[in-house]
Design a protein around this ligand. Structure first.
Ligand SMILES: C[S@@+](CC[C@H](N)C(=O)[O-])C[C@H]1O[C@@H](n2cnc3c(N)ncnc32)[C@H](O)[C@@H]1O
Length: 543
């Protein structure tokens, strides 16, 4: 596969692993229209800080759990005067590049710099995405080609779904003789487990077109009349229909495997030709793992269709709706801020909502790590209100307006503003706190023992540490997969794993993993009792 090279790539390719792990410090909670010091623990979060560090701090709780990521990174237009730091010469990014890429950074073009900035962030976003998740990235011609190549590298060429064209400005001025009226929405899935939610609209007639191409339904009959059972025998195989499960639109449940009491059928015969299915069985199994339905046509044949969600509408790869235009985003944002224009070109929440409809379900977690004016939270809250969902949002914004604009907008969306009805909801606001490890590699006691315990448990199990109901000594973390974990740590004194410590253990487990500064048990004894000693800080995993 072709890959992209640029100056500084070698310095950033694994940089996400060197980013220090910082803890999140709770600033305030916003619940039921009021702000207080109490953490709402609603799962909705706004984090103020550089997204590289903030994304890393999300890993313990969220690795592999984010269903939908939407980002709108700086387009790298070269325009220095924006409120958004739409440029990688921005002092904070320049400083970071200087530290990571070193002296070489002085010679980088703005495209090299942009790639250096994006690459490690995309790596972390990839880790956070769930196997059935998807990422959407807004971008324009300045970096679209570069972005496509690094996304192919990070997400995998096979996981590219589409590069959607969004008509965002129908009145654009000519630029290089051509008026640019569109931008892109780069759409990748994490793996084949991702299934887009696409509409089956019973109002419309069945067609054989799929929705990402702008249509309503898959019909699985092969319409190429040259294909038949003789020259394409691999496209001829049975489906089974469940005669007892029919929905209100006369669609029956189907399966590609035989089931008791279900009726077997093959592609229908048409005008004397034994037609075949559109895909071979392997591909059909891959594409039709859920939601396959069948309908009896007027003339009694079974047609296989794929059913889509009913709260969406069909889409194609060119999005031209006036709802998706940048003007729409500007107007919406102004309506929350006394009609003042506080940002140029925020996205329309309808655009992000469309991404959510395509890729999330009602309990999904949605992440936006370049959140600007908080449009993604608006989209999440609005969609929840519309369909009774319980989606959660996590926003990251590095600028100080993360509170005065990003969070403020979210508060106004929740409470309602002017004539706009509130969606309800709550969130917590966090600052990026101290590093978990000091520069000398020791634990940084300032972050507090609870946060260190969380980190240790996560590195061991990849699970967040929930409050344990076990009655055990204060160093007990939790039991997982029949292993009991203990973190024998005191900020100001040396701790020891010895027989006294063991006698205070109350949890029965097949194996024990115990952290301490020192160990006085013999190797033989530990092997016999299935005890693994881990030295603090030497044996603590870094990620
Ligand atoms: C183009 S704007 C996003 C606009 C947003 N979609 C909206 O509708 O308002 C990009 C945002 O990313 C933020 N940003 C840029 N680099 C960042 C970084 N390293 N960490 C966190 N935020 C960053 C900028 O401050 C800016 O607010």
């Amino acid at each position: 596969m072709p890959t992209l090279h640029w100056i500084g790539k070698d310095k950033v390719i694994n940089h996400h692993m060197d980013v220090p792990f910082r803890v999140l410090e709770h600033s305030y909670g916003f619940d039921n229209g009021t702000q207080s010091e109490t953490e709402t623990k609603s799962g909705n979060k706004i984090i103020h800080g550089d997204n590289l560090e903030a994304l890393k701090s999300l890993l313990p709780e969220y690795e592999g759990k984010i269903k939908c990521i939407y980002i709108d990174p700086p387009y790298n237009t070269g325009n220095e005067n924006w409120v958004y730091n739409d440029n990688v010469n921005y002092p904070k990014i320049k400083k970071w590049l200087g530290q990571v890429v070193g002296k070489e950074a002085e010679d980088l073009t703005r495209h090299d710099k942009w790639l250096c900035m994006m690459y490690p962030r995309l790596k972390l976003l990839h880790k956070l995405l769930s196997d059935d998740g998807a990422i959407f990235i807004s971008i324009d011609d300045n970096e679209q080609a570069n972005l496509k190549l690094i996304c192919d590298e990070i997400f995998g060429r096979n996981n590219f779904v589409s590069e959607i064209i969004v008509e965002n400005d129908s009145r654009a001025r000519p630029y290089n003789s051509v008026a640019i009226t569109h931008e892109y929405l780069m759409f990748y899935k994490k793996s084949d487990k991702f299934i887009a939610n696409i509409l089956y609209n019973p109002e419309k007639n069945f067609s054989n077109k799929d929705c990402l191409g702008g249509f309503d339904l898959y019909e699985l009959r092969n319409r190429n009349s040259d294909f038949n059972i003789d020259n394409r025998p691999n496209l001829y195989y049975p489906f089974w229909v469940n005669p007892d499960n029919k929905d209100e639109n006369d669609l029956y449940e189907l399966s590609l495997t035989e089931k008791d009491g279900w009726i077997k059928f093959y592609p229908q015969e048409s005008k004397g030709i034994k037609t075949v299915w559109r895909w071979g069985k392997e591909k059909a199994l891959k594409n039709l793992n859920i939601n396959i339905f069948g309908k009896k046509s007027n003339i009694g044949f079974w047609q296989v269709v794929k059913k889509y969600r009913e709260d969406s509408y069909s889409l194609n790869s060119v999005w031209t709706s006036s709802e998706f235009k940048s003007d729409r985003g500007t107007l919406t944002l102004k309506s929350f801020f006394e009609n003042k224009r506080i940002f140029s070109f925020p996205k329309s929440y309808e655009l992000i909502q469309q991404c959510l409809i395509l890729s999330s379900d009602k309990n999904s977690i949605i992440l936006d790590s370049f959140s600007g004016s908080g449009t993604s939270a608006h989209a999440v809250l609005n969609l929840n209100k519309r369909d009774g969902g319980n989606r959660k949002f996590i926003l990251i914004e590095m600028e100080d307006y993360s509170n005065t604009i990003t969070a403020e907008r979210v508060k106004r969306v929740i409470n309602g503003y002017s004539s706009i009805e509130g969606t309800g909801g709550s969130f917590d606001f966090y600052e990026l706190g101290e590093q978990l490890f000091k520069d000398d590699g020791n634990l940084n006691e300032i972050v507090g023992v609870e946060k260190i315990r969380n980190y240790i448990f996560y590195t061991e199990t990849k699970k967040p540490l929930s409050e344990s109901k076990h009655k055990d000594n204060k160093y007990f973390l939790n039991k997982y997969n029949d292993t009991a974990y203990y973190f024998n740590y005191e900020a100001d004194k040396v701790t020891t794993l010895n027989h006294d410590f063991l006698s205070a253990i109350k949890t029965k487990a097949e194996q024990y993993v115990i952290y301490a500064d020192k160990c006085l048990l013999t190797k033989e004894f530990m092997t016999k009792k299935n005890i693994i000693f881990k030295k603090i800080p030497r044996d603590i995993t870094r990620f």
